[in-house]
Design a protein around this ligand. Structure first.
Ligand code: NAD
Length: 275
């Protein structure tokens, strides 16, 4: 029997008990942390990722009840087969986390068509076709949850990040549309929008680029980054997983179409002299 809201004082165990979850990009970083947390809370968890070796590593860590599927989210037929395989293994699916993503940075004049296509295809087209493939099972479950991993780059623009920012703004809009479309079948869709998480694969790539560009150490960049939000520290995978697990919980059953800033208050802005 699925748990009812309020029937447990153990928030996290209660969140995911009996859930059947698929996490794209689940072999690394934020997706992997969400997969860990879901598994630890008793969910059956499948990891979908383009990196086959990392999928094997993740499923070995998650344990024998987990499922690993290798697919490139840019290819809808691959995604469909992978999602169907997970559905057969779990006899359904009620939770989808879309975390697969790639980053690109470069001045406006230097962006090539291939770079544009890669970022938009993974981050936005990939999200759409993954959600499309999972939608029938999520609807069927009567308690479906979709969580997309957006970014502060889906909330405001940043120099040199046009394609990535466009993909993440698009993801917020896609999530809102899916939320409106699937609500009748009690499927919720929400987007978690974190600031930089310097410890993931993508986070290290971004940090590396900044250190080279600014001629500073990683520690110096991380200190300066921490100072851009009022809570004064860098984001972690755990911060993002906390928000994702909340949206998956029974306690979030009346929340849909939300884009949630996980940013230490960075969106609040600062007034020099009034701190
Ligand atoms: N790290 C950050 O600073 C940060 C900040 C905000 C948002 N995000 C978002 O978080 C999500 C996860 O990124 P992360 O930081 O954990 O980075 P990560 O590189 O550690 O993880 C991304 C995963 O996506 C997978 N992936 C990439 N292309 C794929 C494809 N075509 N098909 C299937 N899988 C693919 C990678 O193999 C990798 O395992 C991304 O959507 C990213 O945009 C990251």
């Amino acid at each position: 029997m699925s748990p009812m809201a309020g029937d447990s004082d153990n928030g996290e165990a209660h969140i995911a008990r009996a859930r059947k979850a698929l996490v794209t990009g689940g072999a690394s970083g934020i997706g992997r942390e969400i997969a860990r947390r879901l598994a630890a809370a008793g969910a059956r968890v499948a990891v979908l990722d383009v990196n086959a070796a990392a999928v094997r590593d993740a499923t070995a860590e998650l344990g024998p009840a987990s499922v690993g599927v290798t697919a490139d989210v840019r290819v809808p037929s691959e995604v469909r087969s992978a999602v169907e395989e997970v559905g057969r293994a779990f006899d359904g699916l009620d939770t989808l986390v879309v975390s697969a993503g790639v980053f690109h940075v470069g001045a406006l004049e230097t962006v090539t068509e291939d770079q544009w296509d890669r970022v938009l295809d993974v981050n936005l087209k990939g999200a759409h076709f993954t959600i499309q493939a999972a939608a029938p099972m999520l609807r069927e479950s009567g308690r479906g949850r979709i969580v997309t991993i957006g970014s502060d780059c889906g909330r405001r623009g940043f120099p040199g990040q046009g394609p990535y920012v466009a993909s993440k703004f698009g993801l917020v809009g896609l999530t809102e549309s899916i939320a409106a479309e699937l609500a009748a079948d009690r499927v919720t869709a929400n987007c978690v929008c974190p600031v930089g998480v310097p410890t993931t694969g993508m986070g290290r790539e971004v940090l590396d680029w900044k250190t080279k560009r600014a001629g500073e150490t990683a520690e110096q960049i991380m200190q300066r980054t921490a100072a851009t939000n009022p809570l004064g520290r860098n984001a972690t995978e755990q911060d993002v997983a906390d928000a994702a697990l909340f949206f998956i919980s029974d306690g979030a059953s009346f929340l849909t179409g939300v884009a949630l800033d996980v940013d230490g208050g960075a969106h609040l802005g600062a007034v020099p002299g009034a701190e």
